[in-house]
Design a binder for this molecule. Sequence first.
Ligand code: NIG
Length: 431
Amino acid sequence: MAAGVVATLQIEHAHELVALAGPAGPRRGREQGEVAAIEDGAVAVGEDGLILAAGPTDTVRAAVMLAEEARIIDASGRAVLPGFVDAQTHAVFAGDRVDEFVRRLEGADYLEILAAGGGILSTVRATREASAGDLLARAQETMEAMLRHGTTTVEVKSGYGLSTADELKMLRVVRALHDTAPQTVVGTLLAAHAVPPEYRDDADGYVRLVCEETIPTVASEGLARYCDVFCEQGIFTVEQSRRVLGAGQKHGLVPKLHAEQKGRTGGAQLAAELQAASADHLDHTNDEDMAALARAGTVAVLLPGASFILGEPHGAPARRMIEPGVPVALATDFNPGTCPILSMPVIVGLACLRLGLSPAEALVATTINAAHAIGLGDEVGSLEPGKRADLLILDAPSYRYLPYYFAANLVHTVVKDGLVLVEEGRRQEIE
Ligand code: NIG
């Protein structure tokens, strides 16, 4: 038997295996909710950390030979799923915003706090002051906590530097995370996250700096795959966003956009026009925006944690997106302001309870569709031969328990690239 079919890890007898094998590209429309769970499922993993086979236990056993030292995990009574892909985070920052949180509970408005120099800008002050080493240590702790909640791939943005030097500092930390954290980490430049104090009355001047200096420098160091903008009333206009994303494209950075979070600005239409990899938030999209996103194939990354924490009465109109065929993904948006939630299971719960997704749609949104939102759909997000062996075993028989018990962490085991990194909820040391 060829070396390629010798398994060093085999997970067997899962009560339910959700492999999400299927069409190339993100799932949309009816397919968003089709998970085809397999009873008595198994996954075999090769020495290279890639999946050899996934399917019914009998079929996998027949297809794969076990190495002498192979580890076999009995997943009886448990569900096996792809690892979560968190497609939007701001996980590198210093300080916290608990004072702002309490002020908002008392009625203060998020954008007004920012306009007065607080909010994002208070995190910018703290992040500029912090050393790269301190930012990295803090972000590594975040990554470890995310891992225990089942996240095996993470997108991380800059955006709390707002000068070329400080954005570079942040993105070098993101690269160091990529090299040292257990997850696969993808970097995004978000220099256009807010207008920095130095350019308080000259947003266009800051946009010029981002286009002419920050983007070329970041791209020449290969520090980011994506370029993102916070397109919002009082932050960056559609025209300014177009300039930044266009400059990013000229330097090989793929566009993403924070769009229609607090109000409708036309950002979703811009994302569709540029065929952005994703448009994120979208709480205030209308039907024309959705039709445009569906035509462009842009993934809608919905962030129900942010709208929940901001006390919005509802989040994005997810059902009205799925029907016309917008591929929907979900992410935590982990950041110190609008979403201090780093747990993807909590996001699954909020998506079902507040956005009206079914548990199956939410699972697709947090795995394979999220992988496509960050350009990794061929590597992660489903359990198929040749993909990275990134998977979870839940302490529950079905993925449907995730939103039901969303306040608990049901993640029992986490396998990343074929290594068992978490078992019985505890981090394992790997030699
Ligand atoms: O995605 N809205 C813009 N950016 C973040 C919030 C960042 C912050 O408040 O620090 C978001 O919600």
